[in-house]
Design a protein around this ligand. Structure first.
Ligand code: F6P
Length: 341
């Protein structure tokens, strides 16, 4: 069998660990050949490949990013995109694909599966918002990066008696903000799922200052004020219809200064959260996902995504992961709220 592998969407730590595991088990246990498709769905669409074997996948386990490259190419938005992918796969004698990605990349995989392309998905995203898996790989690393930043911001905020706002990624789901905020002892955590009141945030800021302590506010880039809109960088849409976010932290700092008279500054963590070496947890999860994905291919169980349920890796229908997002639930947010103010 010849198997194609691709990584799509925003990159995240652990992608190389998946690629390595897929290839290592595929070659050693099943005698498969591999083709690396470059830059997400652009690879099979344009026939862009690179060699993928035991040699090219050596030493990549701890490396961030993806040796295959990534893009947000959506073949369903390109004329004859699906036909071109099917033609290229046939030309290259590719029997099946391992698609490693988040809601967009696996959303494409779901549709291609229904059109006869043999594909197995692996859930990737720092946002942890893919449905039907307890965790995606990459999330743990980004949370740890954010927690380290929060720990550092605590000490400088205290020295200068300032409020410090930490803006983290999370377009629709506040998982990074929730986990980093709880672990970092934030004075409040603002997530896309729950519209926030600026007055309430100012109350928490004041009460934190009253206890001689500088407040740290963790805010997801997609958080929305009760009396306002999502803050976007500009209005351009990518091929999956997403705008570029960022700016809500800066906006909130202005509001806090105006309403409390205290100095407020913002740190936007941005792509730092997506770069660098994966944590041990993500390396293990990514490796296990890779091993189970190639076994699913070997057993002909296509149209599935490997998923973490408890400590077990199981297979779920691709569509069950991509038709709705996994959002922070009110009970989890209530646990964090105990520490606000
Ligand atoms: O989907 C992962 C993610 O990191 C989001 O949290 C963020 O909104 C987006 O990607 C940023 O994407 P880009 O790097 O393409 O600007």
């Amino acid at each position: 069998m010849r198997i194609g592998v691709l990584t799509g969407g925003g990159d995240c730590p652990g992608l190389n660990a998946v690629i390595r595991a897929v290839v290592r088990k595929g070659v050693k246990e099943y005698g498969y050949e591999f083709v690396g498709f470059r830059d997400g769905w652009k690879g099979p669409l344009e026939g862009l490949t690179m060699p993928l074997d035991l040699t090219t996948t050596r030493g990549i386990l701890p490396r961030g990013g993806t040796i295959l490259g990534s893009s947000r190419t959506n073949p369903f938005k390109i004329e004859n995109g699906v036909e071109r992918i099917k033609e290229n796969l046939a030309k290259m004698n590719i029997d099946a694909l391992v698609a490693i990605g988040g809601e967009d990349t696996l959303g494409v995989a779901t549709k291609l599966d229904s059109l006869g392309v043999k594909v197995v998905g692996v859930p990737k995203t720092i946002d942890n918002d893919l449905n039907n898996t307890d965790y995606t790989f990459g999330f743990d690393t980004s949370v740890n990066i954010a927690v380290e930043a929060i720990d550092r911001l605590h000490t400088t905020a205290e020295s200068h008696h300032r409020a410090l706002i930490v803006e983290v990624m999370g377009r629709h789901a506040g998982w990074i903000a929730l986990h980093a905020g709880i672990a970092g002892g934030a004075s409040c955590i603002l997530i896309p799922e729950v519209k926030f009141s600026v007055d309430k945030v100012c109350e928490w800021v004041n009460s934190r200052f009253e206890s001689s302590y500088a407040p740290i506010i963790v805010i997801a880039e997609g958080a929305i004020p009760q009396d306002g809109d999502m803050v976007v960088k500009d209005q351009t849409l990518d091929s999956f219809g997403h705008v570029k976010l960022s700016g809500i932290g800066e906006w909130l700092a202005g509001q806090i200064e105006e309403k409390t008279g205290k100095e407020a500054r913002t740190s936007v963590l941005g792509h730092i959260q997506r770069g660098g070496s994966p944590t041990a947890f993500d390396r293990v999860l990514a490796t296990r996902f890779g091993l189970h994905a190639i076994t699913a291919i070997h057993e002909g169980d296509f149209g599935k995504m490997v998923a973490l349920h408890g400590t077990k890796i199981e297979r779920v229908p691709l569509a069950s992961a991509t038709t709705q997002l996994k959002l922070v639930t009110p009970d989890l947010y209530a646990e964090a709220e105990v520490f606000f103010g």
